[in-house]
Design a protein around this ligand. Structure first.
Ligand SMILES: [Zn+2]
Ligand SMILES: [Zn+2]
Length: 398
């Protein structure tokens, strides 16, 4: 390893440690003032003000997104954080709880944003030693279709200059604070939203023969779809279909006209995913027709699967291991969650890692999207240092 990079490695960890109280203050400001996807107006302004204070050149993109550049030269590497919050009423009782009722940073994006700002500070401090440009992406709307990442890309975020690799991270409530986990290849699933309508013919409940019962049809359809998802799928390819909402009817003595259902389809394999779209539509129509009902389904296609590039992942993992040692670097088991970082991975080699956020004294903490989600802020030292170091080393590589 180049001696300059080695020296930077020691100093980046130390500098991030020194920046912890500053990070904590920034994180609490963002946490207290959460904003929903694509409405991150104040958050965006705040990020811009922190970058301006650091003399980091930046511009607004995709409405509320921010792109910043540090360094000069032909080489470029990108780091990404998401900035949006969720429609959840916070119940953590933290002193810096949300002041926007019904909106909460329950997915850790406040910490992701803060870590990238701390990395910006450290990288700006060693800008003269950087062997190229670090592109920082503060991305809106991760939690909402069509995903802020796709809008950032459409807005030119990966151009002028184009990075050779991109890295991102997510707080992981399932791992202890400071642990970093990696997986090569498929990491998170493609997620599609399903909206079903089963239309029958209303009748008196005591005379079902005069109507067409959409409740019985919907109940059978749920079972039928669960059967198909096991019978029409190669068992070696992961896939899940969950019906998560069902609404119909209003009284004990009325067979209703219509039942509406919602659900999600998760898959890694694109070919199988497209096949599933077809058989879900076909089965819904045919199964409901058996009951004299009309079944339709609207499929809202979501994020592509998140697939980590082998080279980028091996590289980031080796940087993490040299910084934190083997015992803090672990394997991540892929999940059927979805994450719009996947859009970047469709364009350039990408690696997304998980950063343990569970306080060391707890065996369990409320998970992502829970109203009591409260990760350990100390995780930010690990995450910010790793972001900065990965960028420095990636640019230093031959
Ligand atoms: Zn989330
Ligand atoms: Zn998230």
């Amino acid at each position: 390893m180049d001696q300059g990079v080695k020296n930077l490695m020691n100093s980046i960890l130390e500098l991030t440690e020194l920046d912890f109280s500053g990070m904590s203050a920034i994180r609490r400001t963002i946490h207290r003032n959460p904003e929903l996807s694509f409405q991150e107006f104040e958050t965006s302004k705040y990020i811009q003000s922190v970058l301006s204070d650091l003399n980091v050149e930046h511009q607004v993109i995709a409405g509320t997104g921010v792109v910043a550049h540090i360094g000069t030269g032909a080489k470029c590497v990108a780091l990404r954080a998401d900035i949006d919050a969720l429609p959840i009423l916070e119940e953590t009782d933290l002193e810096f709880s949300s002041v926007n009722p019904g909106v909460m940073h329950a997915c850790g994006h406040d910490m992701h944003t803060t870590m990238l700002l701390s990395a910006a500070k450290i990288l700006k401090g060693c800008e003269a030693e950087l062997n190229g440009v670090v592109k920082l992406l503060f991305q809106p709307g991760e939690e909402k279709s069509p995903g802020g990442a796709s809008l950032m890309i459409a807005g030119g975020a990966l151009q002028n200059p184009t990075p050779t690799m991109i890295f991102g991270q997510h707080i992981n409530p399932g791992a202890t604070c400071g642990e970093v986990s990696f997986v090569s290849g498929p990491m998170m699933a493609a997620a599609d939203e399903l909206y079903f309508t089963v239309r029958g013919f209303g009748a008196h409940a005591a005379q079902p023969q005069t109507g067409r019962d959409p409740i019985v049809a919907a109940a059978g359809l749920i079972q039928h779809l669960q059967t198909l998802i096991t019978r029409r799928r190669n068992p070696l390819l992961p896939g899940v279909l969950s019906i998560t909402s069902i609404h119909g009817g209003s009284a004990t003595n009325i067979i209703p006209e219509v039942v509406e259902m919602k659900g999600t389809l998760r898959a890694f394999d694109q070919e199988w995913r497209e096949f599933a779209w077809e058989f879900i539509v076909d089965a819904t129509e045919k199964f409901c027709a058996l009951h004299g009902c009309q079944g339709t389904v609207e499929i809202l296609k979501g994020y592509p699967p998140l697939v980590n590039d082998d080279g980028a992942t091996n590289f980031a993992r080796s940087v993490a291991t040299s910084m934190f040692g083997d015992e803090r670097v672990t394997d991540f088991e892929p999940k059927m969650w979805a994450e719009d970082f996947s859009f970047y991975g469709e364009q350039i080699p990408a690696c997304f890692w998980m950063l343990g956020g569970r306080p060391a004294e707890l065996e369990f903490m409320p998970g992502l999207h829970n109203s009591k989600f409260a990760p350990d802020e100390r995780a930010m030292v690990t995450g910010a240092a790793l972001l900065a170091q990965v960028a420095v080393n990636a640019l230093a590589q031959g």
